[in-house]
Design a protein around this ligand. Structure first.
Ligand code: SF4
Length: 427
């Protein structure tokens, strides 16, 4: 039984507890039926246990249906849907995600247990794509919520369900996690060999920490780098401050750094010049202005200038949204800092693109607020130059001090706000 609707409206702690109970009962095997009482309306809302994840045969049957493979004709008069090509020539290989990113609602939509299509089903679809008149030889993606999850995170969950109180990956990967890319490698190799296919790309997100967990992860990384990256590999480290990453359900920053090094070495080894495009989020629950500055300093030190950045946006059903609303981590009920003030959110976002001239005044404001004026100026570590009037004021102060030192009077002559000269004691 969940707390009543009236109770969760009055008490954020009860809301957080209710959320956690729902989160822990999403699994098809272990999840229980839940009920929330509406006292005023004298009724209950009942949440039935989740459906079982589709088997491979069921997945194949769904994808075998005779789809139109294009947008609705109503869009024709608007000039069509430009991104259709990307979707039309992509293959969905799996459903579900055990990545556990707390800002993502996929755990609720599709569950943590992976269902995947058979190689035969995917190869048959690839062959069908090659017969389409506008196919140019490129399969744009072979993926799903997370491209490199092709099988459940462990065997145990198929009998007893996924663990309600433990993350499969996150900052402390579960010892039962079965990290293995061999099936995905085999699938990609077969797809590359389909007559008429020139290139097969992987554009869905990959979990880099899962690659590092796989004892043979380098084999997959090599295949990926050699054949499946189209110049840029998109990854989602999301932040650099470990306590923010823990709230996001993401691995520690050092894990991303390790992956980055491996990726760069692998490109070097194979004579490729391909880049990593990392995604980051500002203002996630737990992220302070100081953390946002730490992220900006990381961009400075790594010469990274993200073109696209994302400000945290509370999405229905996610753990991060529960944190945002309650100011609590529902897993342990500890209070967490929430950047709710729109101005602070703007400042955190501007810090991620501190190099953009239009963000300069916001960056200065953020640095002043956080007491980090050491990062304003012309020094090599500075994020932003001082404002012209600030520079002038500083120069005026310097000139005035020098001249007073020279005349030895120990007096500082300055102009007050009315333009009259006033004498201050030299300090
Ligand atoms: S045992 Fe580990 S890998 Fe398996 S479901 Fe639980 S947390 Fe995930």
């Amino acid at each position: 039984m969940l707390p009543s609707y009236e109770d969760i409206c009055k008490d954020k702690k009860k809301y957080a507890k209710s959320y956690m109970k729902q989160y822990q009962n999403c699994d098809a095997v272990s999840g229980k039926q839940l009920a929330e009482r509406y006292v005023k309306d004298n009724c209950f809302v009942v949440v039935n246990p989740s459906q079982y994840p589709l088997t491979t045969e069921e997945m194949d049957a769904v994808y075998d249906l005779p789809y139109e493979r294009t947008y609705h004709p109503m869009y024709e008069k608007m000039g069509g849907v430009p991104s259709i090509e990307e979707v039309k020539f992509s293959l969905a290989s799996c459903r579900g995600c055990f990545g556990g990113c707390n800002f993502c609602a996929l755990t609720f939509h599709q569950g943590r247990t992976i269902s995947s299509r058979s190689h035969e089903s995917l190869l048959a679809e690839a062959e069908l794509l090659t017969k389409l008149p506008d196919f140019k030889g490129y399969i744009h993606d072979v993926g799903g919520p997370t491209a490199n999850f092709r099988h459940p995170s462990c065997h145990k969950q198929l009998k007893v369900g996924v663990c309600p109180n433990r993350e499969c990956l996150g900052q402390n990967p579960c010892p039962n996690l079965e990290a293995d890319h061999s099936d995905y490698i085999a699938l990609l190799r077969k797809l590359r060999d389909v007559p008429g296919v020139k290139k097969v790309f992987v554009r869905s997100g990959i979990r880099f920490d899962y690659i590092l967990q796989d004892p043979n992860g380098n084999d997959f990384l090599e295949e990926l780098v050699k054949f499946h990256v189209s110049g840029q590999l998109k990854v989602a480290p999301e932040h650099v401050a470990d306590h923010v990453l823990a709230l996001m359900g993401k691995p520690k920053h050092e894990v991303y750094q390790r992956f980055k090094t491996r990726y760069e070495k692998m490109n070097q080894k194979n004579g490729m010049e391909q880049y990593l495009v990392p995604y980051f989020i500002s203002s996630h629950p737990g992220c302070t202005l100081q953390d946002a500055i730490e992220l900006a300093e990381y961009f400075r030190d790594t010469h990274c200038s993200p073109e696209q950045v994302q400000d945290f946006y509370p999405t229905p059903g996610t753990m991060s949204t529960c944190m945002f609303y309650t100011g609590l981590d529902p897993r342990n009920m500890q209070p967490i800092y929430i950047a709710k003030d729109p101005r602070e959110k703007e400042l955190q976002r501007a810090l991620m693109q501190y190099r953009f001239p239009e963000n300069a005044s916001k960056v200065r404001e953020a640095l002043r607020k956080a007491g980090r004026t050491d990062l304003i100026g012309n020094g090599p570590k500075c994020l932003v130059k001082a404002e012209k009037k600030e520079v002038k004021a500083r120069e005026d102060r310097k000139t005035s001090r020098t001249s007073n030192r020279k005349n030895g009077k120990g007096e500082h002559i300055s102009k007050n706000s009315f333009g009259r000269e006033k004498k201050d004691k030299w300090r």
